[in-house]
Design a protein around this ligand. Structure first.
Ligand code: SME
Length: 154
């Protein structure tokens, strides 16, 4: 899927560094990064964070429609990414066993797990209503943005 012309993950990374550099607060920086991604990425319907709270992931700052509040570890794309420690890119959510439908119109999804000093902090999740919206380049780009976020927070 082509971004609108002029889009660059590298440039978005530099914007994120500036935006997140003014605070080390996890919630504030998650809120601003969600807003930046939602504004700059084409064809995304939801961008946001889930944070680990006990044994569950709880929805954090996001942009898009109201979302599922609680996701158990090991469940859905988010809970699976959190447990595996690996980014998960799903071209068609109907083919992902256990996908959790928060928005019936969502078709593809990209989830990056967030680890700070070896501890699971949560996940960064991006959804689209288009099939196969996210490329390998998007996966690497979102992982970079997740690293910038993790480096910015205490
Ligand atoms: N689809 C996700 C749930 C979160 S929402 O998409 C915002 C999942 O399967 O984990």
């Amino acid at each position: 899927m082509n971004e609108r012309s002029g889009f660059s993950w590298q440039r978005l990374g530099r914007q994120a560094e500036g935006l997140l550099g003014v605070s080390a607060n996890r919630i504030s920086n998650a809120a601003n990064l969600s807003a930046l991604l939602y504004q700059e990425l084409s064809d995304v319907s939801w961008v946001g964070f889930y944070f680990l709270d006990g044994q569950d992931l709880m929805v954090g700052p996001f942009q898009g429609k109201p979302a599922c509040v609680r996701i158990e570890l090991g469940h859905g794309v988010c809970g699976t990414a959190a447990v595996s420690g690996e980014t998960i890119r799903v071209a068609d959510v109907d083919t992902f066993d256990g996908h959790i439908t928060c928005d019936a119109e969502a078709r593809s999804e990209l989830v990056v797990p967030l680890f700070k000093q070896g501890q699971l902090l949560g996940v960064l999740d991006v959804d689209s209503t288009s099939y196969d919206r996210f490329s390998e380049q998007d996966e690497a780009g979102l992982e970079d943005l997740a690293r910038i976020y993790l480096a910015s927070v205490s």
